[in-house]
Design a protein around this ligand. Structure first.
Ligand code: PEP
Length: 248
């Protein structure tokens, strides 16, 4: 089954009103008719701006996180329903920076994925091993554990999630997994999805970790790499556009 690839930008804690507008206008001007689906995930305060600039166009948008709770006394949290109010199609959950710096556990990530789906938002579920875990040959066990928690929580909705394999050692380091290394893990994740849903082929499994204009084509050519989650290179319109063009 062929499906469109998905190229999603993760702006992380970057941007500002003027810079966002310039970036989005440059993307819209350069995009043409992409053969991939395209989205950008922005900091929460800018979601209204994205909705204003992108609604009805070829670029979807999303958040970088959401609360595991539905509503109430959770100061500083942003709920799935609030993201929905601003037209979010996606929400990243379980990014390694949130697991590392904010203590998010597999259970938290699973609860967030569940909240997103319940609100009609597609969770982009990040999994990935650290360098220490890779060197200890724990890669497969780690990503399977991380994905299992989400599959268990979302059950019959498993085919509606997006998975992003992001080796922690490759994020923001300029050190990319080789296409073979990435494909090996993607195949493991696909098999795990297939054990949970007969629609595993429908699920987008993205690669993330220093994907750029130069290495995108070889990564995206792998049979189980269905797109990319792009950090640094999504902040520069020419680079992001070249990655999108490499996805067909
Ligand atoms: C990310 O943060 O999701 C990411 C993949 O970052 P980078 O592309 O900068 O490595």
């Amino acid at each position: 089954m062929t499906k469109k690839k998905l190229i999603a930008g993760n702006w992380k804690m970057n941007g500002g009103l003027a810079a966002n507008e310039a970036l989005l206008r440059a993307l819209l001007a350069g995009l043409g008719q992409p053969s991939a689906d395209v989205a950008v995930c922005a900091p929460a305060p800018y979601l209204a701006q994205l909705q204003g600039l992108l609604a009805g166009g070829p670029i979807g948008w999303g958040a970088q996180d959401l609360s595991a709770h539905e509503q109430g006394a959770y100061t500083g949290e942003v709920s799935a329903a609030m993201l929905k109010d601003f037209g979010c199609r996606y929400a990243i959950v379980g990014h390694s920076e949130r697991r590392q710096y904010h203590g998010e556990t597999d259970a938290t990530v699973a609860a967030k994925a569940q909240r997103a789906l319940a609100a009609g938002i597609t969770p982009i579920v990040c999994v990935g091993e650290t360098l220490v875990e890779r060197e200890a040959e724990q890669t497969e066990a780690v990503v399977k554990r991380q994905l299992a928690a989400v599959i268990h929580a979302v059950a019959h909705c498993t085919s509606e999630i997006v998975v992003a394999y992001e080796p922690v050692w490759a994020i923001g380091t300029g050190q990319t997994a080789t296409p073979e290394q990435a494909q090996q893990v993607h195949a493991v994740l696909r098999a795990q999805l297939a054990a949970a849903t007969h629609q595993a082929e429908r699920v987008h499994i993205l690669y993330g970790g220093s994907m750029n204009a130069a290495n995108a084509a070889s990564l995206l050519a792998q049979p189980d790499i269905d797109g990319g989650l792009i950090g640094g290179a999504s902040l520069k319109a020419p680079d992001f556009l070249r990655i999108i063009a490499a996805a067909h």
